[in-house]
Design a protein around this ligand. Sequence first.
Ligand code: ADP
Length: 209
Amino acid sequence: TPLTVINGYLEMLQDAEVPAHVHRAHEQMLAQSQRMTLLVNDLIELSRLESASMERPGEWFNIREICQQTVSQLQNYREGAVPRLVDGDAVEVEGYPDEMRTVLVNLVTNALKYGGDSEVVVRLKEIPRGLKVSVTDKGPGIPPEHLGRITERFYRVDDSRDSTTGGSGLGLAIVKHALEHVDTELNIESTPGAGSTFSFILPPYRVRS
Ligand code: ADP
């Protein structure tokens, strides 16, 4: 995108010798253009998901592997909080592996970003209604009045706090759409002061052990 060019030049100029006030301005430009890149990428991802055909053939894949990779990839995302996977048997599910990866990366990243220094646990559990996938943190939780709205695009619980985390407010909207493609929906349970669990249940016809 055009932003790639802007980012490239801003990075190239990072080592240039300039007066302090120009240096500060340059740092701001670089930070904001990187943030804009994340926002544009999320918007592209969301519109791709919205226009994806529901008739695409899915494929069988090992969801445990994707959970494990997500957890490993995010080990160093935040000092003091480490994600781990608690799983049952290896389970195959039918759907779209890239979209499942996006779902898990978004949920685990959120748990690490907003869950304070608590442990983050990803669980896979076979239950009579299908395969339950959950991501739990023991962070500050989400006040009940926000719960119904946080999957809306651009909705963020506390802008002043969250501006430091640099999110786009699109992550959960992306998750919601991706889950619709595999016939399920996002459940959110949260207790202020005790933490949050984001989960979904993949229906039995999309699961095999
Ligand atoms: P973003 O992280 O880019 O702001 P999301 O759509 O992923 O956007 O999340 C929307 C909002 O929901 C976040 O800004 C945050 O306020 C809240 N949120 C999401 N996950 C959690 C969590 N695990 N604990 C507390 N709040 C959360």
